[in-house]
Structures are given as C-alpha cells and as structure tokens.
Design a protein around this ligand. Structure first.
Ligand code: GLN
Length: 485
C-alpha cells in the first residue's frame, strides 16, 4: 500500500499541526520538479529562489496567507506571474516577462500558495497532446512513451507525478479536462465568466477560462473557490456569488440526484476500454442512489466543427498582436518593416499556430463569413439549447472525457483531424459556457488512466463537484503512475 497522497488537505494539516514548514514542503516540491524534468519536461521554468523566499516569509509570519498557506502550485506558461516568463510554449514569446500578475495569480498568492514554476503547454494552448510546444513535448507519468494530453499537459503531468498537489491550466476546448483524464487527475473547467481572464494570454476569448487540476475533487474545489469571482479588470466576469465549494461537498448519498447520459454519444469511435470504465462509473452512480436518465444532445455531433471554426477565427484575431514590435521575439536584420512583421511571424510561430491563423482568417473572410463563421455561431446557440433542454431532465450530463486513453507520442501528429477529435466530448461545454469536471475512473488493462466528465448548469459548479466527490469517495483511484515524486 503506497503512502497517502500529499493533498492540499494533508499538507495543510501537517503545517497547522506544526509538523512541517512551508520551506520543507516547497523544497520537496522544487526538488521533485527539478529531478523529474529531464523525464517529463513538465516545467519551462522552476523558480527555486522566488518560491523559497516566499515560503520563508510564510514561515516567519504565523497566520499569514489563507486557505492555501504554504501550498506549492504550478501555473501554465500562458498565465502571467510578475517576474517570471510567459512563453505560452511559443518561440515568439521567448524572453517575454509580463510586468504584472494575472488576477488568478494574485488571488493564489494572497491565499498563501507558493508558485514553484511555469508549466509546459501546446503553443498558445493549441493542441491535444502537448506536442505543439516549441520547447518539446511533455511526457505522461503513467507511460513516458505517451502524451499527457493537451494543451495544459505540463500542469497535468506535474500533478499526476505528485510534484504539486494542484495546478492551473487553461481551457478553450478541453485543455484541462482532457489531460486530466489522460493523466489520472481531477480537472475542473468553470462556467464562462466565473474566473477572471485578466493576465491569461488570449486564444479564443469567447471560450477561454482558467481551469484547475487537483489530485482530489476537494483540492480542485478549494483552488477554484480561491480564484473565482468578479474581477473589475475582466468585464466578462459575472457578479455571481462564489459558494464554498470545498466545504459543501456533502456525503455519498445521491438519492434525488439525476444524471443524464447521452447514449448516442457513446457509440462509434469510443475505445472499448474507455467505454467499459465509463459504463462502470454510470453503474456506480446508480448504486449511490442517483437516478440515471437518457438525454439527447442532437447538435453535439457538430461541436468539433463549430469549435474549430470559432476558436480559429478568434485566434487569428488575438494573435495579430505578435508582430515583433511589442513582445518577445523579433526576426534579425529585416530589410524593412513589412519584412520584419512577416519574418517574425514566420520564424516565431509553429506549424499548428500558423494552420489555425490561416483557417481562422479564411472563415472570417468576406464571402466565407456567412457560410462558416456565422453558421457556426448559429449552431453554437443550438448546442447551448441542447444543454438547457437536457438540464430540464437531469442535474448533470455524464460522458467519457476523451474517446481514447493516452496515445503514443507521434501517433497523431501527421493527422490534425484525428488529433482534433480528442476534444469531441470536451469542447461542447466550452461552446455552451457551462462547467465541467473530469474524474478518474480506473485504468485500462494496460494500465492507462480513464476519466469521465460531468457537465452542469451555468454557475452550477457546486452540484457537479458534489457529484464528482461522491463518486471519488466510493471509487478512489488507488494506483499510482510509474514516474512519481
Ligand atoms: N485541444 C483543443 C485545441 O487544440 C483545445 C485547446 C484548449 O482547450 N486550449 O484547440
């Protein structure tokens, strides 16, 4: 039997019982990050000095910080931390150091969390495998020949390998839930507008949300409630009360709860082992007392197409700012300004980013706008309505998080369409703006983690977290990855 996981809950009780210090906790995390980086490539920057300085301050100031006092965390490299880099996994932002903290960073720091490093990710959060990083792929701690998922693969791997108990990533179409499932950890994507995007580098602004990884539902809930809530610096954040998610996870009795299963989405294209684990999770909910109901999401089949039109359209506009003038990288010795722009973008962006800028520019161009962009917006509304209809019959919709377990590095790199299909279950929540949580539900016979997801009503994080917690209490994932701190 392995030692219990060093969850936030456990570390906090050690610290408050005087059995450890923030410096000891943070040192352990930094040592693991450094030791495992050669294997996992999960971190793009490890801030030993800054993290230890902060830990020392906390130790010298009993009662300083808040609910995350002394907890080491890692942030995806597209979230701004003052004094640290923010490359977004791109060469075009090499050497860029934002002069300010993202709101989520500020809130984590105020709660006493200690940022140990910035994590590797797909370039500008575009990808499902973490192979699109300009700084090399991240490896899955369960099998280093396989991908951790993407785009927040570094954060997922860091939590799965127990380097940190929790980490932040970002979601545009599933970039936290998808790698959470492939790495056997919990991933939560909040309602659009729940968490500030100030200081999160933009990809698809109508879809982007900072999202959370944790070893347990409770830990993820605690991080989420710390970073959530209205922010004056982001007008898309809503003034909706943030509940005490972690304090209201409830017990295991789910009588009265209704879980909707869209059977039509569980057929073709789903790996047999994934389907088997997810069917077991549905049975587990039945045993916990929940009622399982059939729901239909008739437009869900269009979600990949809609997502890749809207996300690329927004990206093509958001990424126009990288021109060699304002941030990071600039091409050498251009003969004039136009050539400077051209070569900076040519040399600074990777293949996938260029593909998306071209696709996004195309769907927005006059003559094609109505056929693609406008049509996709209309179908997005239909997808949203499907969920509103489903929530008349159930409290949460359950699906696999991903159609397959972690695939081999290189397996899908030559086939962007098959890579895009990894998001088939996740991107609909981003399109609908609703929250989702991915929960580990066992392993395949070859030892790879599988996750299911629950999607809930707008602002209904508390409900899906409670349901996720009940499952996790009854069926915790007890196996551990091979690469571990
Ligand atoms: N994998 C999806 C994409 O490549 C989602 C990315 C994300 O959520 N950031 O766009």
């Amino acid at each position: 039997m392995s030692a219990p996981d060093r969850t936030i809950e456990l570390i906090t009780s050690e610290l408050s019982g005087g059995n450890s210090t923030a410096q000891a906790v943070v040192t352990r995390s930094l040592d693991a990050a450094e030791r495992l980086n050669g294997t996992l490539n999960a971190f793009l920057q490890i801030d030993r000095e800054g993290a230890l300085r902060r830990a020392q301050e906390l130790d010298g100031e009993p009662g300083g910080g808040g609910a995350l006092r002394g907890i080491p965390v890692a942030l995806k490299d597209n979230i701004c931390v003052r004094g640290m880099q923010a490359t977004c996994g791109s060469r075009i932002l090499a050497g860029y150091h934002p002069p300010y903290d993202a709101t989520v960073t500020e809130r984590l720091k105020a709660a006493g969390a200690v940022i140990v490093g910035k994590t590797n990710c797909d370039e500008f959060a575009m990808g499902s495998s973490n192979e699109n990083s300009a700084y090399g792929a991240v490896r899955n701690p369960w099998d280093t020949a396989r991908v951790p998922g993407g785009s927040s693969g570094g954060s997922a791997a860091a939590v799965a390998a127990r380097i940190v108990p929790a980490a932040l990533g970002s979601e545009t179409g599933g970039s936290v839930r998808q790698p959470a499932a492939l790495c056997g950890v919990v991933g939560v994507k909040p309602t659009y507008g729940r968490v500030s995007r100030y200081g999160l580098v933009a990809f698809g602004s109508s879809l982007d949300q900072v999202s959370v990884f944790g070893l347990t539902v409770r830990d993820a809930a605690l991080i989420l409630q710390t970073i959530a809530g209205r922010d004056e610096r982001d007008a898309t954040t809503a003034d909706v009360e943030v509940p005490d998610y972690a304090g209201n996870l409830g017990g295991g009795d789910l009588r009265g709860a209704r879980i909707g299963v869209p059977r039509a989405l569980l057929g073709e294209g789903v790996d047999a082992d994934v389907r088997a684990r997810v069917e077991e999770a549905v049975e587990a909910y039945r045993e916990l007392g929940a009622e399982i109901v059939d729901v239909e999401l008739p437009h869900a089949k269009y979600s990949i197409a809609v997502y890749y039109i809207l996300a690329t359209a927004e990206a093509s506009s958001n990424l126009a700012r990288y021109d060699g003038v304002r941030y990071g990288f600039r091409a050498e010795d251009p003969k004039d300004l136009r050539e400077m722009y051209k070569r900076t973008r040519e040399e600074g962006f990777g293949t996938e980013v260029k593909r998306r800028i071209m696709l996004g520019t195309y769907v927005l161009s006059s003559g094609y706008y109505d056929a693609y962009y406008l049509k996709a917006q209309q179908v997005r509304t239909l997808i949203q309505r499907d969920f509103l209809n489903a929530f008349e019959k159930c409290d949460a919709v359950l699906t696999p998080t991903t159609p397959t377990p972690a695939f081999r590095l290189g397996e899908k790199t030559d086939d962007p369409l098959s890579m895009y299909l990894s998001d088939i279950y996740t991107c609909m929540a981003n399109l609908a703006g609703i929250p989702g949580v991915s929960v580990p539900c066992g392993l395949t016979p070859s030892g790879l983690p599988v996750g299911f997801q629950l999607m809930g009503r707008h602002w209904g994080e508390a409900d899906i977290l409670r349901l996720a917690h009940a499952y996790e209490q009854a069926h915790p994932l007890t196996e551990r990855p091979g690469v571990i701190a």
